[in-house]
Design a protein around this ligand. Structure first.
Ligand SMILES: NC(=O)c1ccc[n+]([C@@H]2O[C@H](COP(=O)([O-])OP(=O)(O)OC[C@H]3O[C@@H](n4cnc5c(N)ncnc54)[C@H](OP(=O)(O)O)[C@@H]3O)[C@@H](O)[C@H]2O)c1
Length: 304
């Protein structure tokens, strides 16, 4: 079936905005629900994008959003979802956003007769992963892939690009702090450019071989967190001494940050960083896409 109308849930965020621009330029008609229309103001001028203020957690609202759609892309994700109560595998925020919402999306799609679902999870998500974030993402994947729909899952490593909240955070911190005490300095990442993630998702719409598949999505090179932070300091012109914290101090810093408004870091993030956020050998991007090096892009947005 030819896909023309797409419900893009979570389309106002960092990845979603890139994807919306790309799909709109390719002529797809996009319906973009958001909790706050203000969040989508950069996307309002796009000719084929319809922004709707809506609560996607309400099954009746979700059903309404599905009308006349040929496919659904779900990008909704959070990094801070609270801690699970006794016996729970993750906090209620993670449950609501990463598991229950996909269940509601699948149910609404089946009722509406929409069959194609693209879903973004996270690299190293797994049922036995050390963090609630990764365990809940794994459960969301299972919901999607076990739905019987024509589903494709994407599992990116950390994503970089203009407006990212990862490299930009370390650029901002080095601008204001004389030294940087860094938790988990040896944590490993294989950052992937936002344009490459958007391309992978967009291309899969026309690739029947992607049905039922789950793709790890990574950049061309692995780095430690310390290497990334030092690189960002050098490129942004605010290179500071980076003091790598021991494991115990990293945990304590993550715990202390839970009391600081803004959700910069939590113990759950510390647990996520205990698994290398890198692809297994040989894998990088689907559909023979060539991954963009960090160094080819980061300078353009970190130098201000
Ligand atoms: N960025 C990364 O480095 C990275 C790495 C691996 C995986 N991922 C995954 O990729 C996806 C996109 O990430 P991103 O960086 O683009 O995220 P983002 O910038 O934080 O955007 C998140 C999107 O989800 C929506 N959203 C957030 N919480 C919601 C809630 N409780 N209910 C309904 N909608 C909610 C937001 O919509 P409104 O605020 O407009 O309502 C926004 O459109 C996520 O699933 C994330 O877990 C990201």
């Amino acid at each position: 079936m030819k896909i023309r109308n797409i419900l893009l849930i979570g389309g106002t965020g960092f990845l979603g905005s890139q994807l919306a621009c790309r799909l709109s330029a390719e002529g797809f008609r996009l319906r973009l629900p958001t909790r706050r229309r203000e969040r989508a103001k950069r996307l309002l001028p796009l000719p084929t994008v319809e922004v709707i203020e809506a609560d996607v957690h309400d099954p009746r609202v979700l059903s309404g959003l599905m009308e006349d759609q040929d496919a659904v892309i779900n990008l909704v994700g959070i990094l801070q979802g609270g801690r699970g109560q006794r016996g729970e595998r993750y906090g209620s925020g993670f449950a609501r956003t990463h598991v229950i919402l996909p269940q509601k999306i699948v149910a609404a799609m089946k009722t509406a007769g929409v069959t194609r679902l693209l879903h973004v999870s996270a690299l190293q998500a797994g049922p036995d992963a050390p963090s609630g974030y990764l365990r809940s993402k794994a459960e969301g994947e299972a919901v999607v892939l076990g739905s019987g729909l024509e589903a494709t899952v994407f599992r990116p490593s950390v994503i970089f690009g203009e407006g990212d909240s990862f490299l930009n955070l370390f650029a901002r911190l080095q601008k204001i702090a004389p030294i940087l005490p860094l938790a988990c300095p040896g944590a490993r990442f294989q950052p992937v450019w936002v344009g490459d993630v958007a391309a992978s998702i967009a291309l899969s719409l026309a690739r029947p071989e992607s049905l039922g598949q789950s793709y790890d999505v990574c950049g061309p090179r692995q780095y430690t967190l310390r290497e990334l932070v030092s690189y960002v300091g050098a490129v942004s012109g605010h290179s500071r001494p980076v003091i790598g914290l021991s494991d115990t101090l990293s945990y304590l810093q993550a715990w202390a940050m839970e009391f600081v408004p803004g959700g910069l870091m939590s113990r759950d993030n510390y647990y996520s960083m205990q698994v290398p956020n890198v692809c297994t050998e040989g894998c990088s991007l689907p559909f023979s896409l060539v991954p963009t090096p960090l160094e080819a892009v980061a300078e353009s947005y970190l130098t201000s």
